[in-house]
Design a binder for this molecule. Sequence first.
Ligand code: ZN
Length: 413
Amino acid sequence: MLLFTNQPSERLTYIANFLFAEVAGINYSIITEIPDDFGDEIILNYSALPLDSIPQMVPHGLLNECEVREIIPEKPEFIGGLPFFFKTSEKAAFPHDIFSAAFYLLSRYEEYLPHKTDKYQRFDEQTAYAIPDVEFQPFQHKKFEFIPTIDIDSFYAHKGKGFWRTAASFFINLKKGNFEVLAEKVQVLLNLKPDPFQTFDLIEALHTDIENLHFFVSVADFGKFDKNISYKNKRFRDKMAALARNYSVGLHPGFESNFNKKILETELHRLSAITNTAISTSRQHYLKLSFPSTYRNLIELGFKTDFTMGWSSALGFRAGTCNKHLFFDLKENKSTRLAVIPFQVMDVSLFEYLKLNREQANERITQIIAQIANVNGIFVSIWHNETFSEFNNSEKNKVYLHTLKLCRHWIKR
Ligand SMILES: [Zn+2]
């Protein structure tokens, strides 16, 4: 496949590489002159000049710019159920500039523009240029993949918090009249009952036939949004080291690390020392993601893959894709080596933000997984170790069992 352009650019190379090489698995070259004889090679004319008998897509112009400017696309037009925007020519074989549209979504262009933030200073998802997954067809060089991921924000519910945090928690629960919680706390602290957040054996048992189980671990200092026990706790350290021997373990950078790269570096060293491995994957706690600083900091500290790309208060496709892609730094106007693996479903989104019941959650998940399986993409879920507590009585866990069942079905297909 040959892609003709009279204006080659960093952005065009990046998006062509993603669409042709990564998603479609097609060999392609970008050319700036039409060869006299191109045999039976398919050529696409990506320029404003019409060329005899060569299908044309007229560029929007976005891929030839080097700066970020206020661009908000028109509402997508649905053709054959698929969304299209950046319409550039009625007459061309492709009336929309699909390359610019894909670039706009994949680079998260709108997150570089002035935008509203939510109470955690994150990009306000309600204002996002919403578009469903834009993959067009199943690409046979790939297979459906499932990556179950578990965030560990709180290793224990009650234990390991030290005298002052435990005393404060007793006082707060007493004041609120939470006698059930108090009773549980006492039983757990007296070792009469296991700590409810200790669900790791169960999590491992659920995934014995599923590869790719990932854990993201918080080792942040205690703070308003970082509530894990101390990273010095021996049981915590031993368990994390054990998990790292069998599964992929990455860093769950604490809330404060977003404002200070030194803190991120400290946390990285802590987790590497605990697991005795080189940590190269991450997912931001609270999905804190600011462009381009979050990804730049990760790159500078040697991270190779990040799993933060997804919404908190919605399900689905933040970057318009379920495919792995490289982070394109719009401020530098260049592609980087950081791989981004998007997720589509998180427990907190289902049950806290969207307040879905079991049937509603199952229905949405079924829809999303089928959509991904139909294009042989990657489905990534986020669950927390604490969500697995009370396993047998919990509706949430029935939703997780449903998810596993669906994934098993699509993997075997
Ligand atoms: Zn978290």
